[in-house]
Write a protein that binds this ligand. Structure first.
Ligand code: CMP
Length: 432
């Protein structure tokens, strides 16, 4: 089994990745079990039940196997990443490895001071590392995972604090182990939650100091918890939050500028269309933040639906499709908007991704043609170096892609087939 704790995707097949995840999950479960079992043992003594002994043997074997795999990994020169670094980092990896050694020794099974079993808790360092990796990998659910991990750590720390309180308190005569622990847990939760009923109070200086620490921790936890949960809930739907904050800013601006209500209404209609179309995100801005190689891939992927609608692109070379996809800029028009008017200087050619436009003659009434999804317009002015021959008006909400004049001319020069197709269409339209 290959155990890579470095870059989760690098050089790893799907099967290897799944095996690695399974192994990490198994180790995480084993570590959580240890984090619960060991404090209990320290407080109430080592259980002599066969099932518990078997589990302890299994954990020791598991942790020893993990240690061997990590050693092998380190010595065979694989990349092993530390928690903070994803690069080759042997000294740090070695440190993590040394933290794993005590966890692999079966202290619970060999005679010796009972406190030694606590050394298995060093495996928690690995758990922290694994949870961080899971969060990095699962970027889609990062917020939810953060919430789950926060609740997990809160529960486990409360459990430990209760174990400590149970160790410090004298047991009531009528209580068995469970009842004694339950009282300690009850005190812990009321203290950490800052409720503090005061029915269980410290009886000596040690208990007072412990209670003070628990209270301070509780206040911090409470503040951190409330702030984080509020932040996480607000971020669960980031797109919606972003959209609403943009709308608020816009609405304040429009009111400040005393823009007429009717125009304001049109602007909000436009925004709600933008929201329906792409959750309010600006495609061009998102693409501009990516490196060139990724930008081309994503541009093609995002425009795939549109590219499939344009008959000419079906037979075109992948090179042409990539060149055009990266240069196309999304533009939106509302019903009734003039995309351009007859006589204007041509600066773009447009492709219709979604919607319909009318080509209107010079009298501003006669509709020469109606163009829909997959069609293009505005090519004549660019090819023939003359003003727009007609007005083009959006009939409905139109999702268009614009290609600027300079890029269009370059593409025409480089791809003769595309040039011939566009020129042929322009001639046919000009003849009508
Ligand atoms: P251009 O002259 O740049 O601007 C107006 C556009 O309308 C023109 O390019 C063509 O793309 C388009 N157009 C003109 N006449 C027709 C037609 N008969 N059928 C379809 N589209 C046309």
């Amino acid at each position: 089994m290959r155990l890579s704790l470095g870059d989760p995707n690098e050089g790893m097949s799907h099967g290897q990745r799944n095996r690695e995840r399974l192994w990490d999950t198994l180790l995480a479960v084993a570590t959580i079990w240890s984090a619960i079992e060991i404090p209990w043992q320290l407080e109430f003594g080592v259980s002599q039940r066969v099932a518990v002994k078997v589990i302890q043997c299994f954990l020791s074997v598991l942790f020893a196997a993990d240690l061997c795999l990590r050693w092998r990994h380190l010595w065979t020169g694989h990349r092993v990443a530390s928690t903070n670094s994803r690069t080759e980092n042997h000294p740090q990896s070695l440190r993590w490895l040394l933290a794993d050694v005590p966890a692999a020794i079966p202290f619970a099974l060999i005679p010796g001071p009972i406190g030694l079993v606590a050394l298995r808790m060093t495996k928690l360092a690995r758990l922290v590392q694994t949870l961080k990796l899971w969060r990095q990998r699962d970027i889609h659910n990062a917020g939810l995972l953060r919430l789950i991990f926060f609740v997990f750590w809160m529960l486990i720390i409360s459990y430990w604090i209760a174990c400590g309180w149970a160790a410090l308190r004298d047991r009531l005569p009528e209580d068995n182990d469970r009842m004694h622990y339950l009282r300690a847990l009850y005190w812990t939760i009321t203290t950490l939650a800052t409720v503090g009923y005061g029915d269980i109070t410290p009886a000596n200086a040690t208990q007072m100091l412990y209670a003070i620490m628990a209270m301070l921790f509780g206040v911090g936890l409470y503040g951190y918890g409330i702030a984080n949960v509020a932040h996480m809930l607000a971020n669960i739907d980031q797109a919606q939050t972003h959209y609403h904050s943009s709308l608020d800013r816009l609405s304040n601006f429009l009111r400040y500028r005393k823009i007429p209500m009717e125009l304001q209404q049109q602007i909000f209609e436009y925004y709600s269309f933008l929201w329906e179309r792409n959750l309010g995100y600006d495609e061009a801005v998102i693409l501009s933040e990516l490196p060139e190689s990724l930008r081309v891939e994503i541009a093609v992927a995002m425009k795939r639906e549109f590219i499939e609608k344009v008959p000419f692109f079906q037979g075109a070379s992948p090179q042409l499709v990539r060149e055009i996809a990266i240069e196309l800029r999304p533009v939106l028009f509302r019903p009734g908007d003039d995309i351009f008017r007859k006589g204007e200087i041509g600066r773009h050619i447009y492709f219709i991704s979604k919607g319909a436009v009318e080509v209107i003659a010079g009298d501003d009434k006669t509709v020469v043609a109606t163009l829909t999804d997959g069609s293009f317009f505005g090519e004549m002015a660019l090819l023939l170096q003359r003003p727009r021959s007609a007005t083009v008006r959006a009939v409905e909400f139109c999702d268009l892609y614009a290609l600027d004049k300079a890029t269009f001319e370059n593409i025409i020069l480089c791809f003769p087939d595309f040039a011939a197709h566009i020129k042929g269409e322009a001639e046919r339209r000009g003849a009508q």
